[in-house]
Design a protein around this ligand. Structure first.
Ligand code: ASP
Length: 344
């Protein structure tokens, strides 16, 4: 019996990976994705059936927007039963935001959605894009003996490592090894073989895929620094129309205990604005009440965000605010591990 070929859909959104040098002008420009196999002849050797969709106007990921995330999940939904896995080519700058957002928007995902990109365009001799793309496709098409996909979550594959997307952030703008996941282990490492760390995977779920395409971006961010003024703090907290504030605190979730600061936050919480406390540290988590400098936050109703990354905090809020949930449901869900994004 011949083994059925895996099918992978490649979605090109933009970013450095899909650019090549124009022969005449020398400028970097997006290449025509129809000629993908000409660019990377290695793709012909795959035992994988590859199809591709390219954004009409590929974007630098600094122009990424929640509307595009909605388009992406709808595209995934449309093709979900047709393919075994997805690879999304994306600029690295905001890749962790997109991966985090998609993880929330795709509930009960049973197939791999692998985001990848590169630091150097695919047409350059030293590009990191070829390896990233080829291995991402291999992972997206990889199946267990029972025919089910090996990976069933939204991941980032970059420089030989597969990460849970909503645990990552971009930490280096120059190195090929551009992402970190300090609070969660890598899901796979690619060497001679691809070694999957299956114990770290999300538990398989038999429910069918549920897609959420509505997000709400009425969120403000308040990053603390020693000496932050009442004027600035108040301007951010009292921004018209905001529904939530991501409060970026020190260490294990600590903040100044000055009365004016606590009063401003309390006023916001009394007006049903959600305040979510995450740490400025790349590793570790918020434990409100551990220090005196976080006890007041806990008392007035600030939500402790545990070890959520900034990217996950923002996109989880957009996702929860986008549904018709009550204020108390949103607060509860923020503290629950929905897609492997936090450790309590
Ligand atoms: N500025 C680019 C982007 O994020 C960088 C990259 O592709 O890695 O779209």
């Amino acid at each position: 019996m011949t083994k059925k070929k895996s099918k992978v859909l490649l979605i090109y959104t933009g970013g450095t990976i899909g650019m090549m040098q124009d022969a005449r002008s020398g400028e970097l420009k997006p290449f025509d994705f129809k000629s993908l196999k000409e660019q990377i002849p290695e793709l012909n050797k795959f035992e994988i059936e590859l199809s591709s969709i390219s954004f009409k106007e590929p974007i630098d990921s600094s122009n990424m927007h929640p509307k595009v995330w909605s388009e992406l999940v709808i595209l995934i939904q449309k093709n979900y039963t047709k393919v075994d896995g997805f690879v999304i080519l994306h600029g690295s700058d905001t890749m962790s935001f997109t991966a985090s957002a998609l993880s929330f928007m795709l509930e009960n995902l049973a197939k791999p959605v692998i985001l990848t990109g590169s630091q150097l365009p695919i047409g350059m001799i030293r590009t990191d894009g070829k390896e990233n793309l080829i291995t991402a496709i291999e992972i997206a098409g990889a199946k267990q003996k029972n025919g089910k996909p090996i990976v069933n979550e939204v991941c980032i594959y970059f420089e030989y490592k597969l990460y849970r997307g909503n645990r990552t952030f971009k930490y280096n703008s120059q190195h090929f090894d551009a992402f970190k996941s300090p609070n969660y282990p890598t899901l796979a490492e690619a060497g001679v073989d691809i070694k999957y760390n299956t114990v770290a995977f999300l538990k398989q779920n038999k429910k069918s895929l549920k897609v959420y395409s509505i997000l709400d971006n009425d969120i403000a961010v308040l990053k603390l620094f020693p000496g932050i003024s009442k004027k600035i703090t108040s301007a951010i907290i009292n921004t018209q129309g905001i529904k939530a504030i991501v409060l970026e605190t020190f260490g294990a979730g600590n903040a100044t205990t000055q009365n004016w600061f606590i009063d401003e936050l309390k006023n916001a919480i009394d007006k049903n604005i959600i305040v979510l406390n995450i740490t400025q540290c790349a590793e570790g988590k918020v434990i409100q009440g551990m220090y005196q400098t976080s006890s007041a936050l806990k008392k007035i109703g600030v939500i402790g965000g545990a070890d959520l990354t900034f990217e996950s905090a923002i996109t989880k809020l957009m996702f929860l605010l986008g549904q018709n949930l009550s204020h108390s449901q949103i607060k509860k869900q923020l503290q629950i591990n929905l897609r492997g994004e936090l450790t309590r």
